[in-house]
Design a protein around this ligand. Sequence first.
Ligand code: AMP
Ligand code: MG
Length: 542
Amino acid sequence: MTFDLTFDNRFTRDLPADPESRNFTRQVHQAGFSRVKPTPVSAPKWVAGSKEVAELIGLDSKWLGSAELTEVLAGNALADGMDPFAMCYGGHQFGNWAGQLGDGRAINLGEVVTADEKHWTLQLKGAGLTPYSRTADGLAVLRSSVREFLCSEAMHHLGVPTTRALSLVLTGEKVLRDMFYDGHPEHELGAVVCRVAPSFIRFGNFEIFASREDTETLQTLVEHTIRSEFPHLLSGAGPDAEVGPDVIAAMFEEVCRTTAEMVVHWMRVGFVHGVMNTDNMSILGLTIDYGPYGWLEDYDPDWTPNTTDAQGRRYRYAHQPQIAQWNLVALANALVPLVKEAEPLQRGIAVYVEEFQKSWHSMMAGKLGLSKYESETDDELVDSLLTLLQLAETDMTIFYRRLADIELGTQEQPVALELAAVLNHLSEAHYVADEVTEEYQQALMDWMRSYQSRVLADDGFPANDSQRRQRMNAVNPKYVLRNYLAQLAIDACDKGDDSMVSELLDVLRRPYEDQPGKERFAEKRPEWARHRPGCSMLSCSS
Ligand code: AMP
Ligand code: MG
């Protein structure tokens, strides 16, 4: 079968292969990858697919759901031109060097090349054991696969850089998981997601060779990465130009920029990755590896969905910018043997700090409907807002959408803000009525008045409520993949009903639009979901 797809497998062509072809767990040295085939499964069943991703890779959408494609995407067959392999990488997990990790349950099928010369790597997650599976089984369960499938696509439609998901299939196999590591393992449905990205290279791919002082393979990997993913850095010099320290430092600087942009997007939409280990950081600044991620419901900067991280909260929402920087330093350290000096890499880190600050400011200005961020007034305005949001439990997503609806008037005719009217607009965002105390109301009105004067004095835009609303609604989503919604879709799917997965996928295609009839997907978390496993607490078990 070809599915009319053409493969051009640059990674396996450019990197040294592991000479061992048998599939057993081991340390793999001086190799970028090991060839390994997906493990066949008993009863593949199509659950959902993304027509946008099919289009992206030039796959006719008639194949989505077909028996032929289901076989390939469950791991039972290969299409012509595929060259399946697992990557060798390492990583810092929770701040500690963890040695070799690698694709323990991800198998790359190959790189589709499209008519416009773009390369898209197809990767199955949950397709069986690889040399990097360590003590685990190489499999994935339905619940984590639904979450990865939906979130990849939701993030894309929100405008957040991310790996994509082509398909979600059931394998017909049972997978044993101890969801909360509390001695209660259960059989769950096995599933495979086909992920799609220009490349799945992570910070950890570079770290593993640096840690082993294998400068030769490190250089080969860097050359491959720059020629394939950063060819513009060689422009003028031609494709065969030498990849020297300057170009490598330029690549690093670009990774610093794209990583900063990615994290600012996370902060904008209230996304918490949950496991920002360096093996989960894409060299392309894409959100990668959807595990115990979550969405802020009430605005709580200290929140993390990951129960495995509940003690240290290393990967909590507000800490993500610092962690991204920490991870970039780890990548810089891995590149030192090639760049030779620290200074150019330190410059990259400085670019990260600058870029993050700049993007964060313009992002916050955007969320508030301001033409641009003015530190003099807006540092205080934003700080007091973020304090206010924590004074009473407030749904972040609903708050910004409702704030856009509050009429402020014009400089000539300002609206006289009234408590009852303001509360009326914002009450939907409040989780606990009792927390809307007099003190809170006072703080809210104080903030609203400063906000109003700031907006009305904004000379970058005509001060017009409807234009402000439009601008705000273009960056403040109405629909996000709320933790409990994903869980409801999983519960239904577990019982064989995949309709909610499709419905959510559809709603999340247009997250910034009001969608009549779909309002229930924009509601705040119901009380039953506050402490329910899967809704507010997730482990790494997947
Ligand atoms: P993660 O925390 O999901 O990024 O995974 C860290 C490492 O564990 C990676 O090398 C994964 O490939 C590996 N891993 C996670 N789950 C499994 C599994 N079920 N089987 C094999 N390897 C796994
Ligand atoms: Mg990972």
